[in-house]
Design a protein around this ligand. Structure first.
Ligand code: PXL
Length: 279
């Protein structure tokens, strides 16, 4: 079998473990070919560093897409995350239109913010565009902040607990048309993980683990990269979410013992073997 391919549309942040520096090694460890389409190149991510550089790749993106099209490339999954400009949102929509086949899994992480706050570089127009783009997805993976933005309600007003998380994913499913994996979803105070609405089955299921009592940057990117890899490998949505929850927990446990600064992300590299596909 040919190695499945994933087009990964994210920024490349040189330091801080997020987006492409997470997606490429994780998808590769899972036995998949990751083809990066960078949205921006930054010296670090924007969460916790001052003075980061930001090279916008908007003008480059349609050229890359055109070249890939001329090579007749196809992708088993299209996976998008952090975008660098408002114009890119339409470009990602065009990319999906041009490269989607009936078998392609389109995973859109509607990256916009965390902990109730919108990221520094995300304008209101970008947030609206992200919500529109997310309508093209087979699967979206918002955190609670992004869920509130997609539902156009204040973060503080989100329903909580297991019943609240169920309500959120069902409301975000566009009447059952798209799958939703809510990250950072906590059914009980000592537990955390994901709440999944699976558009294929119409079922909502909680996938939980013990909470590691510390926050880390970039765990959403680790989570959605593992989820995407597992879906391409043929896992069901709840199985893929289970793999992603367990991997993030293993990374968080290890990193908590190392007392790494939050902004450096989770120390996932030594744990990539846990994901390794067995030929
Ligand atoms: O993890 C999301 C993310 C991705 N890329 C960049 C970011 C962030 C969150 O802060 O700043 C550049």
């Amino acid at each position: 079998m040919l190695t499945p391919r994933v087009a990964a549309i994210h920024d490349m942040s040189g330091f801080g473990r997020c987006s492409l520096t997470v997606a490429i090694p994780i998808l590769s460890a899972m036995g998949l070919q990751c083809c990066p389409l960078p949205t921006a190149f930054l010296s670090t991510h924007t969460g916790g560093f001052e003075g980061f550089t930001f090279l916008d790749m908007t003008d480059e993106m349609p050229k890359v897409a055109r070249h890939w099209k001329s090579l007749d490339l196809d992708f088993q999954a299209i996976y998008s995350g952090f975008l660098g400009s408002e114009r890119q949102i339409g470009m990602v929509a065009d990319f999906i239109r041009d490269f989607r086949s009936p078998e392609t899994i389109v995973v859109i992480d509607p990256v916009m913010g965390d902990h109730g706050k919108v990221y520094q570089t995300y304008t209101p127009a970008m947030c609206e565009g992200t919500a529109r783009l997310a309508m093209q997805a087979d699967v979206i993976t918002p955190n609670l902040t992004e869920a509130a933005l997609l539902l156009d309600m204040p973060y503080e007003a989100l329903p909580s607990g297991e019943a609240g998380c169920r309500e959120i994913v069902e409301r975000l499913s566009l009447e059952g048309q798209r799958s939703v994996v809510l990250t950072g979803a906590s059914c009980e105070p000592d537990l955390t993980g994901a709440m999944c609405f699976d558009a294929r089955t119409g079922c909502t299921e909680a996938v939980q683990t013990c909470r590691v009592p510390q926050e880390f940057h970039g765990t959403g990117d680790v989570f959605t990269s593992v989820l995407t890899g597992a879906l391409v490998q043929g896992a069901s949505l709840p199985e893929a979410a289970r793999q992603a929850v367990d991997f993030v927990r293993a990374c968080a446990e290890r990193t908590a013992l190392e007392a790494l600064p939050m902004r450096e992300g989770v120390d996932f590299e030594p744990l990539l073997g846990l994901l390794a596909s067995k030929p």
